[in-house]
Design a protein around this ligand. Structure first.
Ligand SMILES: O=C(O)CC1=CCC(=O)O1
Length: 261
């Protein structure tokens, strides 16, 4: 379904009972809400599962960029308000994990716990993101595909149908949306606000993650008291794609541990 959030239409999929404990999912740059397709069936029953396409991605609107992280966080906030989501567990991967941190800092009434997967308080540097944006402007989205697959997936998974499916999703991402979100990531350093968070938090890292390697994930989770990091040794940057059942098991265990499932 589409929901008007501020000035844009956001594509959302909601499943599970309306009274279930809410879990909200935010995807990574150059993907869409289907990133979670193979995780959801393996989660504990009775949850209200909300996933959405970030602005500039999937079926959501593609407003002109550049976007700011504040805007991406406001989209998540407006979506949760529109769906009357309170006390959710917010699961964010990569860019989605930055949004999760920003939302938790701003709206503790909406977020009771975080799952920060393959993400950090700061991802890359302004220079690396500017180089990537210049490359896309010069050579198009296709030039991104091979290097992105190297960061996303282990050498073994790169040869799979799953990897090809997500290469297609990357190719299909509107350049304006992708570039808009690159600009938001380039300008974000959440170390200070994230270090003020006091809520239950699970980190997930992938042993073959070429974008946010395990040490970077640990560094971020290390600033949140009580947070712990689970390492998925054989996964890359997108464990919901390359190991959905293992990802669901970690998430389900965490939900039960905090009394959310
Ligand atoms: O494309 C990458 O390098 C991986 C990535 C960084 C932020 C995000 O969401 O994906």
């Amino acid at each position: 379904m589409r929901i008007e959030v501020g000035e844009i239409g956001v594509n959302v999929e909601v499943s599970g009972p309306e009274t279930g404990a809410p879990v909200v999912f935010a995807h990574a740059l150059g993907t869409d809400l289907h990133l979670w397709d193979e995780v959801l069936p393996h989660l504990p029953p009775g949850l209200r599962l909300v996933r959405y396409d970030l602005r500039g991605h999937g079926g959501s609107d593609v407003p002109p960029g550049p976007y700011s992280m504040g805007t991406l966080v406001r989209d998540a906030e407006g979506l949760c308000d529109a769906l009357e989501v309170r006390d959710a567990v917010f699961v964010g991967i990569s860019l989605g994990g930055l949004i999760a941190q920003g939302l938790a800092v701003k709206r503790l009434d909406q977020v009771r716990a975080l799952v920060l997967s393959n993400t950090a308080a700061k991802i890359g540097t302004r220079e690396t993101w500017e180089r990537r944006m210049e490359g896309i402007a010069r050579d198009g989205m296709e030039s991104l595909v091979a290097p992105t697959l190297e960061r996303w997936f282990s050498p073994a998974f790169r040869r799979s149908a799953g990897a090809r499916r997500w290469a297609e999703a990357l190719r299909d991402t509107p350049p304006e949306g992708y570039l808009g979100c690159c600009a938001a990531i380039a300008g974000t350093d959440f170390y200070t606000p994230t270090s003020g968070l006091r809520l239950s938090c699970l980190g997930i890292a992938g042993g073959h993650d070429g974008a946010t390697p395990p040490d970077l994930v640990r560094e971020t989770l290390g600033v949140i008291p009580g947070a712990r990091v689970e390492l998925m040794r054989r996964s890359g940057h997108l464990p919901p794609v390359d190991a959905p059942e293992d990802f669901a098991r970690l998430l389900g265990d965490f939900l039960r541990e905090i009394g959310h499932a």
